[in-house]
Ligand binder design. Structure first.
Ligand SMILES: *Cc1c(COP(=O)(O)O)cnc(C)c1O
Length: 397
């Protein structure tokens, strides 16, 4: 059984804060500053350019990729780090479309994160406008798949409601129709058990600054199934995905396997932060994390529904149909969330009326949940959210 008291001690959380937003930006593991400082002082300052070889910087995207891979059921050598998730979505989609040259349809859903859809729209325009991006409600995805389907592209867990797709079942259907499936694991990696191998994902992508706690702007990951790794094209053909970057050939030749999904110079300091942050998973069993996340979220839902009748559950009631977050609708959700944050209960808000609360067992206890419920019901009862200072919309909500 995972020792969640021990994992909580690994995080640096401000006193008095209940952090329910690890689904958006994970908090800082205590080991991060020292590790990043060491890379700055002992490697960058001391080794200068020789750090690329002596400190193994060049291999870091693969080495850290293997660590992330362990959390999503990926075999060693099938995951590489780099860029942001939007870029990885574009890269996977462009590669997958090129692997299905006779087909024209990309299918996604209205629950996907807009950036994934925007990247697809941009790619469709770049390719001459002959492809069709079909976007249907989440519950209609299965019925919208047909023989024209080139690529299915879905995010497992809806960033607003927490609704979760059955990725292996949808993969089986997509494959039956001859299509490829790109899994976006932004709200899954580090949140729930994922197995890209037994689930037969063709491509998988995700970010690390959410449940993997790599810090703001931490690098994304991409997984390519072993059977595709040497045949998938490299649509973002940067020099570090070249077969021999330091041959400086004028023509691009893709590197072997997952290496071709590298693009340019890796962000070594952010990778060092992520590498340190991944140590919190040592001795952690993802099934325990899932069970505890369900326990905490069920406790929260029951408490909020009992004491805050003004709020309406926006997430699926069945926990197996949810990821690791719970959302409630409230007309003045923005103001209410600001009032909560002012009291140290930190969640976030997604327009038009969704209040999001993330459940991350590595550093949240049942006491935290009880406190969050108590503060929430007190603010609602007293109406103290209704103040001008909570109404001003900031750039990030
Ligand atoms: C968080 C998130 C993103 C963000 O993309 P970045 O390029 O890292 O800013 C994209 N897609 C999904 C599904 C997300 O949840």
């Amino acid at each position: 059984m995972t020792d969640f008291d021990a994992t909580r001690r690994l995080f640096d959380l401000p006193d008095g804060v209940v952090y329910l937003d690890g689904n958006s930006l994970g908090p800082m593991p205590k080991s991060v500053p020292e590790r990043v400082n060491s890379v700055i002082r002992d490697e960058w300052a001391e080794m200068l350019i020789t750090g690329w070889n002596r400190a193994g910087w060049m291999e870091m995207p693969r080495r850290v990729g293997d660590r992330v891979g362990q959390l999503i059921g990926a075999a060693p050598g099938t995951v590489v780090m780099g860029d942001t998730l939007s870029i990885k979505v574009y890269q996977a989609l462009a590669a997958a479309l090129q692997m299905r040259p006779d087909r024209r349809v990309i299918l996604s859903d209205t629950g996907n994160f807009p950036s994934d859809l925007y990247m697809a729209q941009g790619l469709v325009r770049t390719l001459g406008g002959n492809h069709e991006l079909r976007v249907v409600p989440p519950e209609d995805v299965e019925a919208a798949m047909d023989d024209d389907l080139a690529v299915l592209m879905l995010t497992e867990v809806d960033y607003r409601t927490g609704r979760r797709h059955d990725m292996p079942a949808l993969t089986a259907r997509a494959h039956e129709l001859g299509a490829l499936f790109i899994w976006d694991l932004a709200h899954s990696a580090g949140a729930l058990p994922v197995d890209v191998t037994t689930g037969h994902a063709d491509f998988a992508v995700g970010c690390t600054y959410k449940y993997l706690n790599s810090g703001p702007g931490g690098p994304a990951f991409i997984y390519v199934a072993p059977e595709h790794a040497d045949v998938a094209p490299a649509p973002l053909s940067g020099w570090l995905g070249h077969e021999a970057p330091f041959a400086f050939d004028l023509d691009y030749r893709p590197g072997a396997g997952i290496d071709r999904m590298r693009v340019g110079t890796p962000p070594i300091l952010q990778l060092a932060a992520l590498h340190a942050a991944l140590d919190v998973w040592t001795g952690v069993n993802m099934a325990d994390v899932r069970a505890r996340s369900i326990e905490l979220s069920e406790l929260f839902i029951a408490g909020v529904e009992a004491s805050c009748p003004q709020l309406e559950l926006a997430s699926p009631r069945n926990p197996s149909r949810r990821g690791s977050q719970v959302s409630f609708r409230f007309e003045h959700g923005y103001e209410l969330m600001q009032a909560l944050i002012a009291e140290g209960i930190i969640g976030d808000f997604r327009a038009p009326d969704i209040m999001r609360f993330g459940f991350t067992p590595l550093y949240l206890s049942t006491d935290d949940i009880h406190r969050a419920i108590a503060v929430l019901s007190r603010i609602l009862e007293a109406g103290t959210w209704d103040q001008p200072r909570f109404r001003t919309r900031q750039a990030v909500t």
